[in-house]
Each structure stands twice: as structure tokens, then as C-alpha cells.
Ligand binder design. Structure first.
Ligand SMILES: [Zn+2]
Length: 188
């Protein structure tokens, strides 16, 4: 009897570990603990007609705090932040290519913590840093006409300072450090 129970606990522990990682399709989890405030990353690939973008940012730069929202005001701030991220026009402007949004997924790093509160020790589960991963998928009718991506996050979130961008567009690789003054990625 004891053995069966402990086996079940193991399985549950493994599932709890796997599910959050699987749902953050852009890769997330513990790497967020090593982030630097003011520095986000954006990786995107345009291949065929599919454009996918993964943005990873410290919660601090989007929200001004990194703990689980405690009161109503903080919960409203959090909801407003995810609403902005879900709206692609507040994140990027795509020039050329006739791309339209297929899906936008925003990770919520606090949801899983709440679900597993009972199982985790209080020590290991109040991380000092929290990050957010936003993933966007576009379908582009004219990918060969894709010209540029204008990153609008600096206007939308005033605490954004640096975004390290890397991309592969129509087989060509590029990278740039973006900031308030330099936020246009030209690919042709
Ligand atoms: Zn942090």
C-alpha cells in the first residue's frame, strides 16, 4: 500500500514538472531565474509561409514586479500586461509579406505555482525572478516580400531597455541589439 502511494506521488511529481515546460513552448522554467532586468530576447524564424516569434522578458520590465500578484490592483496590472502582449499590434509591426496572426500564447508563470502549492516547499517556490514567454505564429501570404519587423515593445512598455533579437528570414540569419532608438529589423 505504501509503495503504491509513493509511486503515485512520484508520477504526479514528474507530471507536474513536465506539464509547465510543455506549455511554455518557447522554453521557460528555471532559466528565467538567470535573467537580467532590462534585457529581453526575441527570436524569430520566417520559413516558407510561417513566421514564428518567441519573446522572453523579465516580468519586471513588463509589470514592475516579479512576484505573484497579491491584491486586486496588481491582478489588474497583470491582466492589462497580458492583454497588451496578446495584441500583436502592440508588440510588432510587420512590413511586407502579408502576414496575419494565427495564434498568440502568453505564459503565466504564476498559474502552475498556485496549482502545486501544497506539494512544493515554500523555500523552493518563491523564485526571486519571474519571466514571461510570449509566442506568436503568423501566416505570410507573400513571404518573399517580407521587408522588415518594427518592434513596438519600447512604446508599449516603457521599462523595456534592450532586446537581443536573433532571426532567420528566408534562409538568412541575423542578429541585433534593439533599443528605444533602434528597433527596426530590416531583412531586405
Ligand atoms: Zn528578475
Amino acid at each position: 500500500m505504501m509503495k503504491v502511494q509513493s509511486k503515485m506521488k512520484q508520477i504526479i511529481a514528474i507530471l507536474c514538472y513536465l506539464i509547465p515546460i510543455a506549455s511554455y513552448s518557447g522554453g521557460h522554467g528555471h532559466e528565467a531565474e538567470a535573467h537580467v532586468h532590462g534585457v529581453a530576447s526575441m527570436n524569430w524564424i520566417l520559413e516558407g509561409t510561417e513566421l514564428s516569434i518567441v519573446l522572453q522578458s523579465p516580468m519586471m520590465d513588463l509589470l514592475g514586479f516579479e512576484y505573484r500578484p497579491k491584491n486586486n490592483d496588481e491582478k489588474l496590472l497583470f491582466a492589462a500586461m497580458t492583454d497588451k502582449l496578446k495584441n500583436p499590434t502592440k508588440v510588432i509591426e510587420l512590413i511586407g509579406g502579408e502576414c496575419r496572426l494565427i495564434s498568440a500564447n502568453i505564459s503565466n508563470p504564476f498559474r502552475e505555482e498556485t496549482d502545486h502549492e501544497e506539494e512544493s516547499s515554500t523555500l523552493s517556490h518563491e523564485p526571486s525572478h519571474s519571466g514571461i514567454t510570449a509566442k506568436y505564429d503568423f501566416l505570410c501570404q507573400q513571404p518573399s516580400q517580407f521587408q522588415a519587423m518594427n518592434v513596438k515593445l519600447f512604446n508599449t512598455f516603457s521599462d523595456f531597455k534592450v532586446i537581443n533579437a536573433q532571426w532567420i528570414a528566408n534562409g538568412k540569419q541575423g542578429g541585433a541589439e534593439l533599443n528605444q532608438h533602434q528597433h527596426l529589423i530590416k531583412v531586405r
